[in-house]
Design a protein around this ligand. Structure first.
Ligand SMILES: [Zn+2]
Ligand SMILES: [Zn+2]
Length: 426
């Protein structure tokens, strides 16, 4: 399309805020209905059915069913003006294998399963954005794709949506947005990472094969536990001596297994350990993997042990697109208020497979505050005590709707002087 000058529209912001307010009770109801039936991984029949039912109610949405090889959904909505850009808005919808304690009237009905990462809220606010954008369809052109992704917690869903469902094509997506309810950000506010919203993710599984024998004569054995511990102790120096100190990076060993609790006099044959490795930068993560394997090889060589090392890269970082940052900030401020949106300057190394989207199209990831103002701290993501704050649904829905609106109208992205986002400076 031809680039045009669009003006930021205070009237439209007021209208979106009014509609978001009107939707609040509906969104709370949907969120709680989803909360009752949490499902993990990619098999989410009940969650799927609720979202499908809600999308079908919205005028102007074409629903693509059975996306992501089963239980994902894509809602496609076109504005009524003649042309515009294509914006993808994504929510993850899966839950976790966590037992929810008693207390809430809408507590999980599925034993051992809970929406402990708040993806029930993500699905609800995205449905809210679709309802709002449907109401104002006369006022925008272009296309918004509402993407409901299963399997985020297990690193699945995104690739199938992109490769099988071709969600980034027809029409071609110009920009993408996603968000997470974030316990360290106050309710009613939004944090936007200046650089990386999430880090690159990798993992390692190491098996050391020694030589078992009587614990009284260790000299006749090759002790795999000793070798594993030596590698473990060297891991911090891999990070500090082999890679620049200015790079964000971490190794965490999350399991180590050897021997048998009932046997106290035998040095075992094998010791296995593994965990996660993260870095803000993909080259750094790859280097960490190589250096770790070198360390394993060297220690095992000296010990006389054999080893198997499975070191993998799982996904890239979620990098916020520089040319969308300012527009996103102003859009969110227009809905929530000038003092409610801020940039987060330091990176963190959590993982999110929204990276599959953000590595292919310009994207921004938002951290939606869910910590009630009166509380200094709330239980973190994945904790059984985690609580989503329903008060934030309308604001998040409004921000997503406004991102869809301004994104389609072509003024979110920074462009050459004289076009588009020069308007933001007013
Ligand atoms: Zn999670
Ligand atoms: Zn999550």
């Amino acid at each position: 399309m031809e680039e045009k000058l669009f003006e930021k529209s205070p009237d439209m912001e007021e209208r979106i805020k009014y509609l978001a307010e009107k939707e609040e009770q509906t969104l709370i109801r949907i969120r709680r209905e989803l909360h009752k039936v949490p499902e993990t991984g990619v098999y989410l029949p009940k969650t799927y059915e609720i979202i499908r039912r809600e999308l079908q109610k919205i005028p102007g949405v074409e629903v693509i069913e059975h996306a992501a090889e089963g239980y994902g959904l894509i809602g496609i909505m076109r504005g009524k003006l003649s042309d515009g850009k294509t914006v993808l808005l994504r929510a993850d919808i899966d839950a976790l294998p966590v037992e929810e304690p008693e207390g809430l009237p809408y507590r999980s009905e599925h034993p051992g399963c809970m929406h402990a990462c708040g993806h029930d809220g993500h699905a609800a606010w995205l449905i809210g954005a679709a309802r709002i954008l449907s109401d104002i369809r006369d006022n925008w052109g272009g296309c918004v794709k509402f993407v409901f992704q299963p399997g985020e917690e297990v690193g699945k869903g995104a690739t199938a949506l992109i490769e099988k469902d071709q969600v980034l094509e027809n029409p071609k997506v110009d920009m993408a947005f996603a968000a997470h309810g974030w316990p360290s950000v106050e309710s009613g506010k939004i944090g936007i990472a200046r650089r990386y919203a999430f880090g690159c993710v990798g993992g390692f599984s190491i098996k050391i094969m020694g030589k078992k024998g009587h614990a009284s004569w260790p000299e006749e054995t090759v002790d795999p536990i000793a070798a594993a511990i030596e590698i473990y102790q060297h891991m911090p120096s891999v990070l500090t001596k082999k890679i620049s100190g200015t790079e964000a990076k971490v190794f965490s060993v999350t399991y180590m297994q050897a021997g048998d609790v009932k046997i106290h006099n035998v040095i075992p044959e094998t010791c296995e350990f593994g965990g996660t490795m993260r870095a803000a930068n993909m080259d750094v993560l790859k280097r960490m993997g190589k250096e770790l394997e070198k360390e394993v090889r060297a220690v095992c060589h000296v010990a006389g042990a054999e080893y198997k090392a499975d070191i993998r890269i799982h996904g890239g970082a979620v990098h916020n697109a520089v040319d969308l940052l300012e527009g996103t900030e102003k859009t969110a401020k227009g809905i929530l208020g000038e003092d409610k949106v801020y940039f987060i300057e330091h990176d963190h190394l959590g993982g999110e497979n929204f990276s599959e989207f953000s590595s292919r199209v310009p994207a921004v990831y938002l951290f939606i505050g869910i910590r009630p103002k009166e509380k200094e701290q709330i239980p973190g993501l994945h904790s059984a005590e985690y609580r989503f704050d329903d008060h934030v649904l309308k604001g998040a829905a409004g921000v997503f709707a406004a991102l869809g609106y301004y994104g389609c109208m072509g003024i979110l992205q920074k462009q050459e002087k004289g076009t588009g986002t020069e308007e933001w400076k007013k």
